[in-house]
Design a binder for this molecule. Structure first.
Ligand code: PLP
Length: 408
């Protein structure tokens, strides 16, 4: 049973007041709030068993190492990876994608090759591939987006060529919410001999993810968007592929033996984890996964879908507001414009009412161009949001339109 009151109790920040109003936090796509149990777990680790991992023979180091490896198992179970060594801890989705782009690129991308991305990617899933293409003399190609915010998959036969080495695609768009048909894309890419990286930054917190069922080669996500701490993320990769990729950063823990003549590298996943990791953050990620699992991803998905469909319906009916994207399958992320009103002004006015929304180009400038705007207003829901908060948002937007819209 989904117990909203109990869930909201777990997030003390939701009781904060902003400019004299109760906080209405609708910027969960940027970062979610963390439940007290995640913060307490990290606090407890700092206070009772803080020690560097994989290094010491002493008691605290062993405790901390065990806690980190348990978190790796939890991450493995969470996305149903086949093996724990396929879970690499990183600083977040951005670092996960940079790692994959660099290391996969070093091993497999040659001049004349092609990398395929989509028109709805976050900059984190564009720029590392662009940098790779520049380094290797490869070409970046793009799957276009329809007016309704869906990928034009019918373009795939034209875009996937024998030169395509990899397709990088968001599981869910951080702007439109669109959930992409990733399994279909993986099959098409594999049939063309290309690998697939899925950017799961906007998916893992909203729906059950099974990397074996998806058959993707890489999957990236961030802890801070799924009720966990900042500074931690995961890159999942298929073991046989990771084994053939060179390390991307050198330093402690990624080595087996070092001499001035030659260094040999550690086994997976440590080959890709140079330097002291955010080992307390990793413990926090493990706790966040436990928390999500205790509620159940299907229950979370159902709750958020109910919130998002009500919000979409109400926003669509609001005169003076234009919704962007209308895909039938979407995460609880909704972006819109108010013609004649700058998103920054709208966001500032909403903030005065205690409502936190995202405004700007959402780290997706090419998608802004696709819709002919320079910025948008985005509301993104989490399981702890309420239907009353949707009413407050709508009242706030009506005030924005009445005050700022030239046509009203
Ligand atoms: N990809 C998507 C779809 C995102 O929404 C984000 C963050 O907003 C990122 C990648 C980058 O995540 P991070 O900043 O946690 O590395």
């Amino acid at each position: 049973m989904f117990n909203l009151d109990r869930i909201r109790e777990e997030f003390p920040i939701l009781k904060e007041r902003v400019h004299g109003h109760p906080l209405v936090y609708l910027d969960n796509g940027a970062t979610t709030q963390r439940p007290a149990r995640v913060i307490n777990k990290m606090n407890d680790a700092y206070l009772r068993y803080n020690a560097n991992v994989h290094r010491g023979v002493h008691h605290l180091s062993n405790l901390c190492t065990d806690a980190n490896e348990r978190a790796r198992q939890r991450a493995r179970d969470f996305i149903n990876a086949q093996r724990a060594e396929e879970i690499i801890f990183t600083r977040g989705t951005t670092e996960s994608i940079n790692l994959a782009a660099y290391s996969y690129g070093e091993a497999f991308v040659r001049p004349g090759d092609e990398i395929l991305v989509t028109g709805m990617e976050h900059h984190a899933n564009i720029v590392p591939w662009q940098m790779l293409c520049e380094r290797k003399g490869a070409t970046l190609k793009v799957i276009p987006v329809s007016d309704s915010g869906e990928l034009l998959v019918e373009e795939l036969p034209r875009l996937l060529t024998p030169a395509t080495r990899l397709l990088a695609v968001a599981h869910a768009s951080n702007v439109l919410g669109t959930i992409n048909p990733v399994r279909q894309l993986v099959d098409a890419a594999h049939a063309a001999g290309a690998r697939v990286l899925i950017d799961g930054a906007q998916a893992v917190q909203h729906l059950p993810v099974d990397v074996q069922a998806l058959d993707c080669d890489f999957y990236a996500f961030s802890a801070h968007k799924m009720y966990g701490p900042t500074g931690v993320g995961v890159l999942y990769g298929k073991r046989e592929l990771l084994a053939d990729m060179p390390p991307w950063q050198g330093g402690g823990e990624m080595i087996k033996e070092v001499s001035f003549e030659r260094t040999t590298y550690n086994d997976l996943p440590f080959k890709f984890e140079a330097g002291t990791p955010d080992f307390i953050g990793v413990i926090g990620l493990g706790e966040a996964i436990d928390y999500l699992s205790s509620i159940g991803m299907s229950a979370i998905a159902a709750r958020e879908e109910a919130l998002a469909s009500r919000a979409r319906e109400r926003l669509r009916a609001l005169p003076g507001l234009v919704l962007h994207g209308d895909a039938p399958l979407a995460s609880p992320v909704i972006s819109f414009s108010i013609p004649g009103v700058h998103p920054l002004d709208a966001g500032t006015l909403l903030d005065r009412l205690g409502i936190a929304v995202r405004t700007g180009q959402m780290c997706a400038e090419p998608l802004m161009h696709r819709y002919g705007v320079t910025s948008m207003i985005r509301v993104s829901f989490a399981m702890y949001n309420t239907f009353e908060e949707i009413d407050i948002l709508l009242d706030g937007l009506q005030r924005v339109i009445a005050l700022l819209s030239p046509s009203r």
